[in-house]
Design a protein around this ligand. Structure first.
Ligand SMILES: [Fe+2]
Length: 305
């Protein structure tokens, strides 16, 4: 494997219809208000189609770090699956769930994420996975020099709360994954929706961050090298995490369909070129030009989100 494309926060919207009217009468009303008042104006499905087509062209593997749907509606899952099947005709795809994909407790119970995206969640180490609301994680794919490890930080949350948590069982499972000989001899690339370097106040973290970010960093501290990819914040960023044994790259992607005047926020993809040992050789951004609708290559500079 030579190149990985990273897209995130697609927020695939359901067409207005019966499902939406039903959604209005339950807790999804806050998500609905978000769509209508803030997000609905800036998420552009035709940007997303361009981004996914380009990702499939440029990369050997496409990874998606969550918030694939907007309200976790059945029709949104179906549309997202249709888009992913197109990508998967030429390129392998791996997904991680976000808070929008597990909107209400029953979404987790009904296993919508796992059912709709099962073809993209075949783990090579299924015995090491634990059950969480979005399905069975960590999902591990051993590909050449890479160990792709998809985590789930998605849990049902009350209205106006978008935080996530991995939980003790999944963090312990991650430890076992990282200790597995087939993972140890590869470079780990970890997918998680929420920012693993979240340094916000405790209150802010409980509202919109990764509640157990510090505990995750504790698990990662044994790694000599590797890459952590995330989304959620809708802005491209590139930082490092020093561990006891080396340094990890921590890279955030923007929203896959988002329109915005700022190039760091507008829809696009991150493209990573790999060294022979699976470590990161080069990272660049491909960003939608709102006039031509083509994706243009830009540097993915070191920056805070
Ligand atoms: Fe999110």
């Amino acid at each position: 494997m030579r190149r990985v494309a990273h897209v995130s926060d697609l927020h695939v919207l359901s067409p207005l219809g019966a499902e939406w009217r039903r959604a209005l009468f339950n807790k999804r009303i806050t998500g609905y208000a978000n769509v209508l008042l803030r997000r609905g104006r800036v998420f552009r499905p035709h940007y997303l189609a361009k981004v996914l087509d380009r990702a499939a062209e440029l990369a050997d593997h496409v990874v998606v770090t969550g918030d694939i749907t907007n309200l976790a509606l059945e029709s949104e899952y179906a549309e997202a699956r249709r888009l992913f099947d197109r990508v998967a005709r030429t390129t392998e795809l791996t997904v991680a769930p976000g808070n929008h994909d597990i909107y209400l407790p029953e979404i987790g119970h009904e296993r919508h994420f796992e059912q709709h995206f099962a073809p993209f969640l075949h783990s090579d180490l299924p015995d090491l996975a634990v059950e969480v609301p979005a399905g069975h994680f960590p999902c591990v794919k051993l590909r050449g020099p890479l160990a792709l490890i998809s985590l789930s930080s998605a849990v049902p949350r009350p209205p106006f709360v978008s935080s996530g948590i991995l939980g003790r069982a999944q963090r312990q499972a991650l430890l076992r994954v990282l200790d597995h000989p087939e993972v140890k001899r590869r470079t780990p690339w970890i997918l998680v929706h929420h920012d693993p370097l979240d340094g916000a106040s405790r209150l802010e973290q409980l509202r919109s961050g990764l509640v157990d970010a510090a505990a995750l960093r504790g698990v990662l501290s044994r790694l000599p090298r590797g890459v952590v990819l995330f989304g959620h914040l809708h802005i491209r960023s590139r930082r490092t995490l020093d561990t006891r044994a080396g340094t990890l790259e921590v890279i955030g992607a923007s929203g896959g369909s988002l329109d915005h005047e700022d190039d760091r926020v507008r829809a696009g993809l991150n493209l990573y070129t790999l060294e022979d040992d699976g470590s990161l050789a080069q990272a660049e951004a491909w960003v939608v030009n709102p006039t031509t609708l083509e994706l243009e290559r830009q540097p993915l500079n070191w920056s805070e989100p």
